[in-house]
Design a protein around this ligand. Structure first.
Ligand SMILES: Nc1nc2c(c(=O)[nH]1)N[C@H]1C(S)=C(S)[C@@H](COP(=O)(O)OP(=O)(O)OC[C@H]3O[C@@H](n4cnc5c(=O)[nH]c(N)nc54)[C@H](O)[C@@H]3O)O[C@H]1N2
Ligand SMILES: Nc1nc2c(c(=O)[nH]1)N[C@H]1C(S)=C(S)[C@@H](COP(=O)(O)OP(=O)(O)OC[C@H]3O[C@@H](n4cnc5c(=O)[nH]c(N)nc54)[C@H](O)[C@@H]3O)O[C@H]1N2
Ligand code: SF4
Ligand SMILES: [Mo]
Length: 730
């Protein structure tokens, strides 16, 4: 790339799922200002307060620029070839001595915000040939992917709420005013929600906390953490008994309705009201509004997913949207038509339709899902010294010590490894255990295209961004690091396959992510097949620096169903219903009392992102954020005033936090944000480790033994805890 000149660069912000267009003012190698790109057809100039982080991340003095090798607790700089050779050599040595499953891999969330990593990480994983693959998926959206796979036939056929045309939107366990939307790429959710109300519609939020989104809605209802599937069953029973199933166009290719009708009859609203904490007539009214005030949509997200019945919750969400006539219908639960379609390009990117339970984790027997094991088992898969235990790890763009349940145990487990290599640009809570750290170029030094989030967008658009800065001499992109590791492993293995692998790797190196993207765009739904002159290609996107608009979502079933039909009642869900019945019976036998235990939930802040943006001074300005929210009644009972230091304790550990007495949390529920806990020895983050910035990790309280047994997804909300005063006054 040519040396950059001063001026304005247009780009997509990659920090969250919203894909906002930004205009960066550049001088030399510095970004001097970040503005919204008013000409972006999708975001139309919107930006959130996190956007300045684009400049701060690039300039962060703690961001690594050179590979590091650990010596004890010290790190020394090493050259790229030496670092890659050593990493591949030691992985190969562990696999040769102990078998391929002795090496584990964890992929973190930023992988999906990076087309180089999202395309090349799976190639490295395949080369590792290990069953010990883990990712942030199983602390997040695995239940969504499972529902898409089991009901619709492909894990990536993920429905999104058609927020711009709906009249009734029921939001279950999502706080898009803080998160900017998830599995719903929609810049400026606040404006879009306001527009629903302006056109006479209603927005309803169901959440154990009266969130920023709840404040902006017409209605908010507290729900007892972990009871969402019961609410959804109650709603289904009302819809089916009072309005009947409205499958409409879908009825010709939909199976399993009988089983759903039988199931729903078991759960009238009166039966689920006490457990959910929502009055029966409210459940009835919400259910009927999806039919009577159509189009409507139930949008369930993280709070519904990372709980004991995450699998059932996301399945029932899909079923409820279908039987109310809102699936694949404008204003309802629809599907994007991305220009680069990972479903169609499966051969190119290697995404399987999905799988469940093809193998089990070695210690606890939790099921594989979509080729991965639940990350809740990673610590024991390392620590439990049996045959096949994990002795070496590869982590890519992940910080599982802070982001997965019982992080302190994983912290110990990582410290015990024979070898660990991390592809990451910080020495943080996780990578401080690595023997080799391989830091990629800064995001502004690479091109950008949202392969993942265009498949989740509420409108079809496409936008490619050129690098803003030339990479520093010798620097490598994520994809080059991943391909560098893969090529070395292929070479070390030798044998007949290695010649072919060498040719493939050379070709991949020439194509790079942009070459693969171009092939996918041309083969995609707006590509050559349309035979129109403006057909989609990388060339076309390069000529449109603000992006191109490809229109509103359009119905696409049954064409896009890999099996040609929808199965509303897949066996694994029907089987898991027994676990829900038992849990309901248990709750009925032991109803919660006012002075009973507390349930811990998480929360997100608009000016943060998971664990890795706490080193940026602008984002960290303001009041300390890592506080324990507690309802005034629960606080009074324990003598806790705002500002008191309290101990929060669960089965797995205890942390100290400052209490914030607030009636926005439900009685019986306390809330702590995730991603903090930077005070561990060896973390090299000057800002994040300072004073109150460091905070404590909620995942030193979450319990790795409690998972959604169906999917293996972690349970990060609804964790039983106690709260006691340590210091009564600040
Ligand atoms: N209790 C609780 N726990 C949670 C959650 C919760 O709500 N409550 N949320 C969960 C969710 S939804 C998620 S997605 C996970 C996230 O879990 P993780 O993905 O494990 O953690 P992140 O905090 O996103 O860490 C990202 C890492 O990637 C690095 N990184 C950033 N950009 C790049 C890049 O371009 N290339 C490379 N190579 N590295 C990069 C950062 O330095 C950091 O180390 O956390 C989960 N954990
Ligand atoms: N600013 C910011 N933006 C982000 C992130 C971030 O950390 N900060 N993280 C990004 C990532 S990785 C993701 S996955 C998305 C997540 O985006 P969202 O899904 O919007 O996630 P949250 O803001 O955590 O909202 C989850 C809500 O569920 C509620 N909840 C907890 N338990 C339950 C329950 O049992 N039932 C119900 N119904 N609700 C419950 C919580 O109170 C919370 O309001 O955000 C992304 N965007
Ligand atoms: S909402 Fe904020 S962080 Fe997310 S893409 Fe837009 S500007 Fe970036
Ligand atoms: Mo996430």
């Amino acid at each position: 790339m040519d040396a950059p000149t001063d001026g304005t660069r247009f780009r997509t912000c990659h920090l969250c799922e919203a894909m906002c267009g930004v205009a960066l003012e550049v001088s030399g190698d510095t970004v001097v200002s970040v503005r919204g790109d008013a000409e972006d057809p999708f975001s139309q100039g919107y930006l959130c307060p996190k956007a300045p982080a684009l400049a701060e991340l690039h300039a962060d003095p703690d961001r690594l620029r050179t590979p590091l090798r650990r010596k004890g607790t010290d790190f020394v700089e090493v050259g790229w070839d030496e670092a890659l050779d050593e990493a591949a050599g030691r992985i190969h040595a562990v696999q040769t001595a102990h078998g391929r499953n002795a090496v584990g891999a964890y992929l973190g969330n930023p992988t999906v915000h990076n087309h180089g990593a999202v395309l090349f990480a799976p190639m490295l994983l395949r080369a590792l040939k290990t069953r010990h693959r883990y990712s942030a998926t199983s602390v997040d959206q695995l239940p969504h992917q499972l529902a898409a796979y089991l009901v619709l036939g492909h894990q990536l056929l993920l429905p999104v709420p058609d927020i711009d045309r709906t009249r009734t939107m029921v939001i279950l366990g999502a706080n898009p005013l803080a998160s900017n939307g998830s599995l719903m790429t929609a810049p400026d959710v606040k404006r879009r929600l306001r527009a629903i109300r302006a056109r006479g519609g209603r927005v309803v939020v169901v959440d154990p906390r009266r969130t920023e989104t709840a404040e902006a809605a017409d209605e908010h209802h507290f729900i007892r953490p972990g009871s969402d599937p019961l609410l959804l069953l109650g709603m289904l029973s009302v819809v089916l008994s009072e309005r009947g199933a409205r499958l409409g166009r879908l009825s010709g290719f939909t199976r399993g309705l009988d089983a759903i009708e039988r199931l729903a009859r078991e759960f009238p609203p009166e039966r689920v009201s006490a457990r959910t904490g929502i009055p029966a007539d409210t459940i009835r009214r919400l259910a009927l509004s999806l039919v009577d005030d159509a189009p409507g949509v139930v949008y369930a997200r993280l709070g519904a997913s990372v709980q004991s019945f995450g699998g059932l919750s996301l399945w029932l969400t899909l079923v409820l949207n279908a039987v109310t006539g809102n699936l694949d219908s404008p204003g309802g639960y629809m599907f994007s038509r991305p220009a680069f379609d990972p479903l169609a390009a499966a051969g190119l990117v290697g995404v399987s339709p999905g799988s469940l339970g093809r193998w089990k984790s070695r210690v606890r027997g939790l099921p594989e899902a979509n080729g991965e094991l639940p990350v809740a088992t990673l610590a024991e898969d390392i620590l439990d010294a049996g045959e096949d235990h994990v002795r070496a790890m590869v982590t890519v763009a992940g910080n599982p010590v802070l982001s997965t349940p019982h992080g302190a145990k994983l912290d110990r487990a990582l410290a015990s490894l024979d070898f660990m290599v991390s592809v990451d640009m910080y020495v943080n809570e996780t990578t401080r255990h690595a023997h080799i750290i391989l830091p990629p170029t800064s995001a502004l030094e690479r091109s950008h295209y949202d392969i993942a989030f265009n498949t989740l967008a509420v409108r079809n658009t496409a936008r490619w961004s050129a690098p803003v800065f030339a990479p520093r001499p010798g620097a490598l992109h994520d994809w080059q690091i991943l391909l560098g590791l893969k090529s070395r492993l292929d070479a070390l293995r030798g044998g007949r396959g290695s010649l072919r692998a060498r040719a493939t790797n050379a070709l991949l190196g020439r194509l790079g992510p942009d070459g693969i993207l171009d092939l996918g765009l041309r083969a995609g739904p707006y590509g050559l097949r349309t035979l129109s002159r403006g057909s989609m290609s990388l060339q076309r996107l390069k000529k449109a620096p603000h992006g191109v608009d490809l229109g509103a979502l359009t119905p696409c079933l049954p064409e896009r169903l890999p099996r040609g039909y929808i199965d509303l009642a897949p066996r694994p869900y029907l089987d898991d219903m027994d676990r829900l019945r038992r849990s309901l019976a248990d709750a009925e036998a032991h109803p919660p009392t006012a002075d009973g235990g507390l349930l811990l939930i998480g929360r997100r802040s608009l000016r943060s992102n998971n664990s890795w943006m706490h080193n940026l001074p602008k984002l960290m300005a303001g009041k300390p954020r890592c506080t324990l929210k507690i309802h005034p009644d629960d606080a009074a009972r324990r003598g806790v005033l705002s500002g008191a230091t309290v101990t929060v304790r669960s089965r797995v550990g205890a942390v100290e936090a400052v209490a914030e007495v607030a009636d926005d949390v439900m009685p019986g529920v306390v809330s702590l944000p995730h991603g903090f806990g930077h005070g561990r020895a060896g973390v090299r983050l000057q800002v994040a480790t300072q004073g109150t910035h460091a905070g404590v990790s909620i995942n030193d309280l979450t319990d790795e033994r409690v998972v959604d047994e169906l999917s293996g997804n972690a349970v990060l909300n609804g964790v039983p805890v106690t709260v006691e005063i340590v210091v009564a006054r600040p």
